[in-house]
Design a protein around this ligand. Structure first.
Ligand code: SF4
Length: 365
């Protein structure tokens, strides 16, 4: 499954090259992108600067060798989320979902953490490691859930429910974490909510789909923030049904950020790492996977004999791919290691309050 090293030279369309030799069964053409949010002038300027630094990289460099060399020199560790490009997953020291990455960020002895994921994840690494340098290859790698839950609106929402316990999904900013009582991930959301005394009102933010799924699993009535993931809400029930008809032996598995109609059709619902574990252990030979298709790279490595089919989005697009995760590239990882920027920095009082809510989660995980 690992693509030919020769196809991963800088300047080639890395993702396309990686997929060319893969066994992924993509149900949609890989064209199109989500419209990214409007950028501020400063963010646009930073983006232009980053793109010109990428363009200025010497085309004779072997990025794989350079990244390995810089990693040693900097005593750096590369942490990558399952939704990253296959090439980034292949150079990472550790690959995981949000919970595993935050646990690994807490454990690492490296001086520098190159976080190949999105902004809130790199912030979490910084919350746990104030003394380490944390760099994110592209600062614009955001998340629709985090961006849909600004701290001032979250604070106002909280105030409407005095005495309630605020559980925030890890996909939120450090500011929102600092305003929360406890953090959760999709791996432990059910356990975290079950740990809260039954007489307490639970506020759950910012993913309403995960919140509804946890309500169903726990029987708990929670107050939900109405946020969603632009990727996991894109799956089409109509096309999924057609796909199931075409592949009757394939099991549908889904991430709880998906909407209810998709989850209802799933044989198994779980976090990204739980989906990976399920594919590895299940006796089934084929799976329709309703989550970001970046995970298919590790699934195929772990179970090369199995057929994996990415669940289709409603539009004729690649909207099931996270446009934020895919902002990172091998070139940007190289630059982040070489220049030790863009760096994640946090206000110390926010970090300390956010740490308390993250630590509460980790102690229960
Ligand atoms: S897949 Fe969804 S939840 Fe994950 S980073 Fe992308 S937008 Fe955020």
């Amino acid at each position: 499954m690992t693509p030919d090293r020769g196809t991963r030279k800088r300047g080639l369309p890395i993702r396309r090259a990686s997929r060319a030799g893969s066994r992924w069964a993509l149900a949609v053409p890989s064209t199109g992108r989500h419209a990214l949010r409007m950028e501020s002038p400063a963010a646009l300027e930073a983006q232009r600067t980053l793109e010109s630094r990428v363009a200025a990289i010497d085309s004779r460099l072997d990025l794989f060798d350079e990244i390995a060399r810089l990693k040693r020199e900097r005593n750096a560790v590369i942490l990558a989320h399952y939704y990253q490009e296959p090439d980034i997953q292949d150079i990472a020291d550790f690959i995981g979902d949000s919970l595993q990455l935050s646990q690994e960020a807490k454990r690492t002895a490296a001086d520098v953490i190159v976080f190949c994921g999105v902004h809130f994840m790199a912030e979490t690494a910084k919350i746990l490691n104030p003394e380490k340098k944390v760099v994110l290859p592209d600062l614009e790698a955001g998340c629709s859930l985090a961006e849909g839950c600004p701290a001032d609106r979250f604070a106002a929402w909280r105030q409407r429910f005095p005495g309630a316990v605020a559980v925030s999904y890890i996909n939120c900013s450090a500011d929102v974490k600092a305003l929360s009582d406890i953090i959760c991930t999709s791996s432990n959301a059910e356990k975290i909510v079950r740990s809260i005394p039954a007489d307490k009102t639970v506020l759950f933010a910012p993913d309403r789909n995960l919140g509804k799924w946890v309500e169903k699993r726990t029987g708990r009535d929670m107050k939900l923030w109405l946020g969603s993931c632009v990727v996991h809400e894109t799956f089409s029930e109509r096309k999924l049904v057609a796909l199931v008809d075409a592949h009757p032996d394939a099991e549908v598995i889904a991430h709880p950020e998906c909407e209810e109609p998709i989850l209802r059709r799933a044989k198994f619902v779980g976090s990204t790492s739980a989906l990976l574990g399920y594919v590895t252990k299940s006796p089934a030979k084929a799976f329709i996977v309703a989550t970001e298709p970046g995970i298919l790279h590790q699934m195929q490595k772990a179970a090369p004999e199995k057929t994996l089919i990415a669940a289709p989005p409603e539009g004729n697009c690649a909207c099931n791919e996270c446009p934020f995760m895919k902002r990172n590239s091998l070139e940007k990882v190289y630059l982040a290691l070489r220049d030790l920027q863009p760096e994640i920095t946090l206000d110390e009082s926010v970090r300390v309050r956010a740490l308390a809510s993250v630590e509460r989660m980790l102690s229960l995980s």
